[in-house]
Design a protein around this ligand. Sequence first.
Ligand code: 3HC
Length: 315
Amino acid sequence: MQALAARSLCQHITRGMATSVTRNSPINNITVIGSGLMGSGIAQVAAQTGHSVVLVDQTDAILQKAKERIATSLKRVASKQYPDDAKAMKQFMTETMSKISMSEDPTSNIGSCDLIVEAIVENMAIKQKLFKQLDEAAPQKTIFASNTSSLSITEIASATDRLDRFGGLHFFNPVPVMKLVEVIKCNETSQETFDSLFMFANNLRKHPISCKDTPGFVVNRLLVPYLVEGVRMLERGDASARDIDKAMKLGAGYPMGPLELLDYVGLDTTKFILDGWHEKEPDNPLFNPSELLNSLVKDGKLGMKTGEGFYQHKK
Ligand code: 3HC
């Protein structure tokens, strides 16, 4: 019965998102800590590609919200994969959901965990505290990775005694759609760990790239100054928000303009990244704070998640 279910999931995976089902990979059982947009997306794509996932967050209420988010996203994936087959669609969703268990304990099932991916709040002290606790509980083999957007992986890893088994896995929002994963190799990350993380990203049917542990890695280092330059343009009154966004979509082929994307990612997230870099490099004009961004964040206008940012959104 179990073999049948596994074969059927493999068939779904082969037809759909994934073909390689973690074969030859040492990473099969993963724990994702933090069930927000990024964490739930990572858990979803891992389950879709045949991995067993434990998704961890602080309360059951938060986890139930993540479960609903995953179910909604899976429905979009399934309706594309099985447009004319309601039964197959339902089966794909049920089988994928069955690969994900929820827990409020970060060390739940840690004995069999091959990889822990952290996607919690962007706070160095909180991340270090969590990883220290995990390091004491996890077996030797377990690889640790952070999905931080802008903090130093090396600094996070310094709270542990497994610098050789620590790296970065940086995903993009929306995780089920965006194809890139940045795989970050710190000076102390072993080649074996890096290769395992890279293979894991491949097995998620993503396109990994390799990068060093530098602020913002590749994408955010280019993207964040561009987004903030869009805000400065609006502040100067060079063009309206709608025209700035229209310009970048129709003139540069971007799927969203900078102000739309800021609303999508969250104004607080971008402000946090910018402030951190400004503190480290106060003379770099690319990282100068923006008054408009600061005041919108101060007023709680964080973008889509609060219903208002540069635009009004339906909640
Ligand atoms: N789950 C599953 N599928 C989803 C989805 C989700 N959450 N969101 C969108 N999709 C699918 C839709 O089903 C649709 O599939 P189809 O084309 O096969 O029918 C496809 O994606 C397009 O979605 P929509 O038709 O709803 O909307 P759009 O065509 O406007 O695309 C978008 C939405 C994919 C978000 C696109 O606008 C886009 O790519 N925007 C840019 C996103 C981006 O730049 N992300 C990176 C942000 S930076 C970051 O994350 C780093 C962090 O550290 C800050």
